[in-house]
Structures are given as C-alpha cells and as structure tokens.
Design a protein. Sequence first.
Length: 536
Amino acid sequence: MKNLTIAEYKFFFVRFTLIFLLLLTVFMSIFYFDSQSDLERRKSNIQVQQKALLVGKKNYIQVVIGSVVRETALLSDIAINHEIFRVMALENKAEKALLLARFSEALKSVSQRKEIYDQMRYLDLEGNEVVRVNFNDGRALIVQPNGLQQKRHRYYFKEAAKLQHKGIYISPLDLNIEHGAIEVPYKPMIRLSAPVFDKKGNKQGIVIINYLAKYLMEGLGLFNLNGGTNYMLVNSDGYFLYNNLHPEKEFAFMFTDKKDQTIYQQFPELEVQIQAMQSGQIETSKGVMTIESVGAVGRVNPYCFQEYHVTENNSTAWKLISFVAFDKRGDFIKAIEHHQTLVYIAIILSLVLSYWFARYQLKEHINNQRINVLAHHDGLTGLVNRMAFVNQANLMLESCMHDEKSACLLYIDLDDFKPINDQYGHATGDKVLIHMASIMRKVFGKQALLARLGGDEFAVLLSSAKHLESPVQYAASLQQLLGCPFEVAPDTYIHIHSSIGGCCFNGEITLEELMHQADMAMYQAKRKGKNQTCFI
C-alpha cells in the first residue's frame, strides 16, 4: 500500500467502504437469523439423520438374517434330497460312505462359496453330529468322524428338536461355545435350525447353520457416521450385542461378572421409555436418542417366508439405538459460545474481507494498467515496442492517406553499442539506451511516434508539418545531442554515435515496405561511416 497515487488511494477507499458496508449488512443479517434457529436446526438434523440411519441398519439386518433363514431351509431341502437320514441304518459301508461323502461335499461347496458360516451340520434326533463342515481361515473343511460332537444338551438343539414341518428356529445372538467353554477369540454366532423329514413325514434329523455374526456387526459399523455417536444393538433383555463406544459391554449376559451391564444401566433415566418404545426418538438435556425395532415385533416376524415360519420371536426381537450426546459434539458447544460473539465476528470479518477484497481489486487495477503499458511499451526505455509501433504506424499512415498528407520514417541504430556493453557492462548499456530515449523525446517531442524496435534499434515516424519541413535537420539534431559527452561512471564519459536512415511516405507503399526502405537507408548510412545519415 506504499507509493500509491492519490487516484489509487481514492480507488481503494471507495471500494473498501462499499464492500465493508455490504459485507457487514449481509453478515449481521445472516448471523441474527442463524442464531435464532441454529440449535433447533442442529437437533432436527440429528433426528432426521439418525432416523434414516437406523432404518437403513434395520433393513440391512433383516435382509442379512432373512437370507440366512432361506439358506437354512435350502440346507434342509438338500438333506432331504440326499436322504442323509438313511445313512445310519445302512449296513453296506461303501454305500454309507458314498452317501456321507456326497452330502458332505454339498455342504462344503455351500460353505466355501458363502464364507459366512462357521459351521454347517446335520444331527440325528439324539443330538449326534453326523456331518459337520467347519469354515476356518478362508477354507471349508469336512470334520472327520472322530471330531464330531454330541450336542443334545445345547439349548439350540433342544429348541430345534421341537420344530414341526417347515419350522425354522433362530437362536439368540451370543458367543460360540466349544467343548463347554466360550471360544477365544470371541465368535458372535447365530444358529439357525430346520428339521429334516422323510417322505412319510417322519422327522429324521436336524440341519444347523452357525452364522458368523461378526460380518453382520462389521456391516453395521459401516453405517456409523462419526466417532462421537454411540451406536448400539440390544436384545430383548437390554444386553448389548453391539456397542461401538463400549465394546467391552457386548455379550455381558455370558459373563457372570457383567450381568448388570445393560442399556438400562447406561441410561437409567430412560429405562421405561426404552422398554416401551418400538420406534421413535427421545430428546433429553444431554442428547438425542433414536430407537428402531428390528426383527420380530409382537406376532409379526419378518423372517417368515413362503410356507416356512420362524418359531422363536423373542430371540430376534432386537432394538437398534443411537445416542448423540450434545457434550460430545463440538459444534453444539461452539454454537452456544459463538452466538455471544457474532456481532464482533461480523465486524472483524467484514473489515478483514473488505480490506483484502479492496486490496485485491486495487492490485488488479494497477496490474491491468501495468500490463497495458508493458504490452505496448518497452520496459527499459518506456518507448512503444515493435508490435505497438506497427499498429499505431498503420493507423497514422491510413490517416495520412485519407488526408493526402505525407510522412517520414527514421530508422536509428547506435554505432559501436556492443563494445560499450563489453567494456562497461550491460548496466551501462541500459543507461545508454535510456539516454537515447530521453534525447529522442527532447528532439521530436510528443507529436512523433517513438519506438524501440529491439536491441539498439529505434524508429521515429514523423507526420506533423513541423517535422516534415526538414526531417534531415531533426536527424542531425538527434546526432548532435547524442554526440555530447555522456557520463557512464564517475569521471568517465563516452560519446554516442548513431546511423540514421530515412524514407518518406507518399501513399503508394505499405508500412512494411516503408520500414524496409528506411532499414536499407540506415545500412547505407553505416557503410559511409559512423554518425551518418542517409535518406531514400
């Protein structure tokens, strides 16, 4: 902002004032109305966002579980088609082995392709595993006879044994147990069972699928929007099946020292509302809770399909819950503080932006002026450059032709300019060129078109009557003034000489031809010796 002209200062302050008043008005209006509705808008956005998110999670869960239910029914059909129940009664060992192998390979293929089933089994009515396929480390493996187990005491077998035709049992989501102990690392598991009947309608066995629920949980995690929101999935007793902020509370019902870790313990003041609400939202002073029921609600079970029915509703009666705590969201805290200082921010912001906008516009204004000068003038001498000279000279010659006037073009080349550069340096050479431009302005004035064509070459187009009376005399005056001693360094003087060629315009030649003729005349002057003039 230094070294500005009065006009440039005026340009800046006019724009600064206008922009400041405009921005201040806009900011004050926006901040005023925004401060009145900001908090409610934020709460409303959270409610809409969380509602849509939990509905999406609900649909995701029901699609996944529904797909596993259908595949359980499919596994029952496969067992019936293979008549696997005839195996135990067969005396022919070869035929028995063949039937077991075919059925085992069928289960193995399904397990390998799906990659989501920890176990696929067929059990007889005594709870003995007849066929079992495990899926570990990306591979489906058929368990050998010595690895098969007895499961008649497990709750999911007892429930499955009660199933009638076309019935499917879905176990609660819990952690897998092997050989009487919780498997480590933990494996969240859902077991689905379906009975196998022979053609006479007699129950012969049970198929069981162990679905790896970690994939379901990982899918739920993909829906989560940010780390500050607590996303939960609870069973009908309020125990956490999924809790993104407190994973240590998941499946607490399977550990004797965690029996009290339910959602009611985490939100004791909302226990009654959580139990009663199937779908909705609760706003408290601490935050917003959203609830969405998943799976069976009352007598309605979304996993029933075609003629198949799911017998146990309670095990799939879950609730998706999210809680957005206001004190965990920095935007709420900042909004409250922010509303108290909006006026000051508006003023400061308006001042800063106005200053920068006005400064930017001033800079653009000055740059445009400079660009315009640089585009048409030589940066060192300030004379017009070759391109601008050609454009302006053409206009001048057209005017002369129209008015039936003449003109004269002078081509000027400094003599021995290169030795000056070599002896005294380019800085001295630049001084000589600037001195040359100054002498040209002094001799020809403002009525002549003065140009630096490049290097040490200059041109002058004369069109005024005063100049045309004796262009030779003006050329001589230029050479005379140039010939005066010129100080290039303290107590160091040189004499500058030039060769000048001239050509008069009579309306019959173009500018290009005129420039060529003047150039030829200048070279003729050089051939005569230093400081000579030649006119064609």
